[in-house]
Design a binder for this molecule. Structure first.
Ligand SMILES: [Zn+2]
Ligand SMILES: [Zn+2]
Length: 144
């Protein structure tokens, strides 16, 4: 996706909810989508600071929360309990390497229908599924 396509996507989502398009929101959204997917709010802040002098961490968090509500980003808990934001919202699981902290997307082509089905069997209506696999990435497994 080009930058202008990204901006247009965000603008559409914001307008749907009666929210304004601001330079802050545009730049934070670009930062999330441009780099590797799994970023902490601190990493987002570092990336957007040059373009948004004076922007604060609470503002970044508030914007990320808004994006989450708009379905543009999802959050997950990484190694050490770090809160990470993922611009890829399509269903996928995460494999976390205990040694180097790498986060790798793992595909589940059918999505989470099976998990929702299982939850329904115990009378639970799930609105979010997060699957995390812990272990070693290929590089770290090769080291030992
Ligand atoms: Zn590793
Ligand atoms: Zn991911």
């Amino acid at each position: 996706m080009t930058v202008s396509q990204l901006d247009a996507l965000l603008a559409d989502k914001l307008h749907e909810r009666g929210q304004r398009v601001t330079p802050q929101r545009l730049l934070i959204h670009r930062a999330l989508c441009a780099r590797e997917q799994h970023l902490t709010a601190e990493q987002v802040l570092k990336q957007v600071s040059p373009g948004l002098p004076g922007i604060s961490l609470p503002t970044v968090y508030a914007t990320l929360e808004l994006f989450e509500e708009l379905g543009l980003v999802r959050r997950l808990v990484g190694g050490g309990g770090a809160l990470l934001f993922d611009s890829r919202v399509a269903p996928h699981a995460h494999a976390l390497c205990r040694q180097c902290g790498a986060i790798i997307d793992v595909e589940f082509p059918g999505g989470w229908a099976w998990a929702h089905g299982r939850a329904a069997q115990v009378g639970f209506s799930a609105d979010h599924v997060e699957l995390v696999l812990w272990g070693s990435c290929a590089a770290c497994a090769g080291d030992s």
